[in-house]
Design a protein around this ligand. Structure first.
Ligand SMILES: *[C@@H]1O[C@H](CO)[C@@H](O)[C@H](O)[C@H]1NC(C)=O
Ligand SMILES: *[C@@H]1O[C@H](CO)[C@@H](O)[C@H](O)[C@H]1NC(C)=O
Ligand SMILES: *[C@@H]1O[C@H](CO)[C@@H](O)[C@H](O)[C@H]1NC(C)=O
Length: 121
């Protein structure tokens, strides 16, 4: 009887653990499609193009003359196209600094929008 009781408690704990871990997996699983994935190759022409676009667009919006140097790192996210979050090196006059730009890209519509441009960081 004692053993049986112990067994059901063990089974109960086992089941609770399963439920608990699977619900947490479901949360992370759901988060994945909208989550950010690191960009492996920051010299990929598409990534460089997005980086240049961010600097050009920032210049237009703020009447500045930053010059794109390179994309340092970045991540992307699927959202009716892609969001790119890029850390970009640019020169502003004689100062070379890093900036963080978020760009929304829908290549099939040729739609591209600068969502934010922050820095120097
Ligand atoms: C990154 O992309 C560039 C341009 O397409 C390519 O020349 C280079 O070999 C790639 N590097 C890696 C590590 O894949
Ligand atoms: C974009 O990347 C920068 C640098 O890694 C990070 O600090 C920032 O939180 C990211 N922004 C978003 C919206 O994920
Ligand atoms: C670029 O430099 C100018 C002049 O120093 C400054 O006013 C401006 O805020 C800088 N822009 C950025 C994005 O850092």
């Amino acid at each position: 009887m004692e053993n049986r009781h112990l067994l059901s408690v063990t089974v109960l704990i086992f089941l609770l653990t399963l439920i608990f871990s699977s619900s947490s997996m479901t949360v992370h699983g759901r988060a994945l499609p909208g989550g950010w994935a690191p960009i492996i190759n920051v010299t990929d022409p598409v990534v460089v193009d997005i980086g240049k676009f961010a600097v050009d667009e920032h210049n237009k919006q703020h009447e500045e003359t930053l010059k794109f140097a390179k994309v340092v790192s970045g991540e992307s996210q699927v959202v009716a196209g892609w969001n790119y979050n890029l850390t970009i090196t640019a020169t502003n006059g004689s100062a070379e600094d890093n900036y963080v730009a978020i760009v929304w890209d829908k290549p099939w519509e040729k739609f591209r929008q600068l969502l934010s441009f922050d820095g120097p960081i």
